[in-house]
Design a protein around this ligand. Structure first.
Ligand code: NAD
Length: 433
C-alpha cells in the first residue's frame, strides 16, 4: 500500500519505518527541514533501539522516502497517517490541536483518489469529526474518511512494539475506511488483537489507557510514602500486590513521579475534557495534583540531604525513562528546576547516556553537563539517581565515595543496592524502603 506519514517524531518515524519493513511504500513528511535532510542521509534524528538499521535498509531499498512536500507525500496515498504533536496548551493544558489542523488543511489540497486519513496523534474526543469538517471545507471535492488509530508504543521499545503490539485499536464509523485499515494491518491479524470500535471510543481508549497507567504510578508512589512512614518495604509490597493477576506486576515501580511527553499532557487533557463535558474525573485530578507535588518533594528531599548552603549536587539521569533521549516533561527536568527554585545557590552537575542534548535545550546553562557518570561526582554532597538507566546500576560505589565530598545517595529509582551503599559509608535514601 502507499502510505504517507505526517510527522517524523517519536511516533511517526518508527511507524513509517515499520510499515516500510512490511513491504509498503512509505513517504514520511515533516516540515522540519533539518530532520528531513538528516533522514535522507540515513541519519537517525532520535534515539530508539534498532531503528537506525531498519531505516537504512528500507531507505536503500526504496520502501521509505522523506520529504518536506505535502503534495509529494499525500498525492496518490491510500492512507495518510497524522502523527504530529498535540502538546498541552500553555495556559488551559488542553491538547493544542494547531499542528493537527495545519496538517489537515494542507493535506486536504492534495487528496486525489479516495484516501483514508488516520490520526495516530493523541487527540481529544470528537477531533475526527472536526477533521472531516475541516478537510471537506478545504477541498470540497476530496473523497476521504477519517479514522482513529491511537498509538500505544513505548519510547525505548518503539520498534519492538510496532511489530509486537498488545492490541491495535481501529476507530472507524465507516465500512469503506475500515476495509482499507484492515488491509493495512493484515500482517498483524493472526498474532494480535485488532479491536474495531466507534471513532469516539477509539479516541477515548487512548486517554483512558494512559490516564489509568498514570493513576497506577501515582498510587504506588503514595503507597511508597506510606511504607516509608510505617517501616514496610515498598518493593516487597509491590511484589506481593503484583502476584495478584487482577493487579499485575507492571507499573508498580515507585519513583520520583511520572513524566514524559504523554502521561502529564494526556491526564491534563482528559481533565480539561471532563470539565467541558461537566463530568467529574476526581481520580485524574488527584493524580495530576499528587504527581506535580511529588517532584517538588523530591527536590526538597535532595536539598535536605545536603549540609552546606551552596551544595554541589550530582544528578544521574535526565531523560524521563531509560532507552530514550526524550526529556520532555521528564521528572529530572522538573526536579532540577525545583532544586534551583528552593535553593538558588545549589550547583548541579548532571550526566545522561542519551539525553544531554535534549536536556540542554530545556535547562540551558542552569546546570553543568558532565561527560561521564563519575565526572558529576567531584566534590558533590549528594548523588541523585533520577532515571533508571541500567549502567547506573553498575556504579563503582567505592569510586563514588572517593570522589564525593559527603557520602549521600538519593536513589529515586531504587536502582542501587542499599546495603552495598551503606557498606561504603553512604547515607542511602531510596523510595519507600
Ligand atoms: P514529536 O514532537 O516527536 O513529532 C512530531 C513531528 O511532527 C515533528 O517532527 C514536527 O516537526 C512534525 N510536524 C508538526 N507539524 C507538522 C506539519 N504541519 N507538517 C509536517 N510535519 C509536522 O511528537 P511525538 O512524540 O511523535 O508525538 C506525536 C503524537 O503521538 C502526539 O499526539 C503524542 O501524544 C502521540 N503519542 C506519542 C507517543 C510517544 O511515546 N512519544 C506515544 C503514543 C502517542
Amino acid at each position: 500500500m502507499k502510505i504517507a506519514i505526517i510527522g517524523t517524531g517519536y511516533v511517526g518515524l518508527p511507524t513509517g519505518v515499520g510499515f516500510a519493513e512490511l513491504g509498503n511504500k512509505v513517504v514520511c513528511i515533516d516540515n522540519d527541514t533539518k530532520k528531513i535532510t538528516s533522514l535522507r542521509e540515513g541519519k537517525i534524528t532520535l534515539f530508539e533501539d534498532g531503528l537506525e538499521d531498519l531505516l537504512k535498509k528500507n531507505h536503500q531499498n526504496g520502501n521509505i522516502t522523506f520529504t518536506t512536500s505535502m503534495e509529494e507525500g499525500v498525492s496518490g496515498a491510500d492512507v495518510v497517517i497524522i502523527a504530529v504533536g498535540t502538546p498541552p496548551h500553555p495556559v488551559t493544558k488542553e491538547a493544542d490541536l494547531k499542528y493537527i489542523y495545519a496538517a489537515a488543511t494542507e493535506l486536504a489540497q492534495y487528496i486525489t483518489d479516495y484516501t483514508v486519513i488516520a490520526t495516530k496523534s493523541t487527540v481529544p474526543i470528537g477531533t475526527g469529526d472536526k477533521l472531516e469538517e475541516l478537510i471537506s471545507k478545504a477541498n470540497p471535492q476530496a473523497q476521504f474518511d477519517v479514522v482513529s488509530l491511537p498509538e500505544f508504543l513505548r519510547e525505548g521499545y518503539a520498534v519492538y512494539d510496532f511489530f509486537n503490539p498488545d492490541r491495535i485499536i481501529v476507530g472507524s464509523d465507516n465500512e469503506k475506511a475500515t476495509k482499507v485499515i484492515t488491509k493495512l494491518y493484515e500482517p498483524f491479524a493472526s498474532k494480535t488483537n485488532i479491536l474495531y470500535v466507534k471513532r469516539r471510543s477509539s479516541e477515548t481508549i487512548k486517554y483512558a489507557s494512559n490516564s489509568f497507567l498514570a493513576i497506577k504510578i501515582q498510587y504506588i508512589n503514595e503507597i511508597a510514602d506510606f511504607c516509608e512512614a510505617t517501616g514496610a518495604n515498598v518493593l516487597e509490597v509491590a511484589k506481593g500486590m503484583g502476584l495478584d493477576t487482577r493487579i499485575g506486576t507492571k507499573f508498580l515501580n515507585p519513583g520520583p513521579g511520572f513524566g514524559g511527553s504523554c502521561f502529564p499532557k494526556d491526564t491534563q487533557a482528559l481533565k480539561f475534557m471532563s470539565k467541558q463535558y461537566n463530568v467529574e474525573l476526581s481520580l485524574i485530578e488527584a493524580t495530576i495534583t499528587g504527581n506535580i507535588a511529588r517532584k517538588k518533594k523530591m527536590a526538597t528531599k535532595i536539598l535536605a540531604a545536603s549540609t552546606t548552603p551552596a551544595p554541589n549536587i550530582a544528578i544521574l539521569g535526565l531523560t524521563f525513562k531509560n532507552g530514550t533521549d526524550d526529556c520532555r516533561e521528564s521528572p529530572a527536568m522538573e526536579i532540577v528546576s525545583a532544586i534551583l527554585e528552593q535553593n538558588p545557590h545549589a550547583k548541579i552537575t548532571a550526566f545522561d547516556p542519551q539525553g544531554m542534548k535534549n536536556a540542554e535545550l530545556i535547562l540551558g546553562d542552569k546546570i553543568k553537563y558532565a561527560p561521564t557518570m563519575y565526572d558529576t561526582l567531584k566534590d558533590a554532597e549528594v548523588l541523585a539517581v533520577l532515571t533508571e538507566w541500567p549502567e547506573f546500576k553498575e556504579l563503582d560505589l567505592s569510586k563514588c565515595a572517593s570522589l564525593m565530598k559527603h557520602k549521600c545517595i538519593c536513589d529515586f529509582r531504587n536502582l542501587l543496592n542499599a546495603q552495598d551503599a551503606q557498606n561504603q559509608g553512604f547515607t542511602y535514601h531510596g523510595i519507600g524502603r
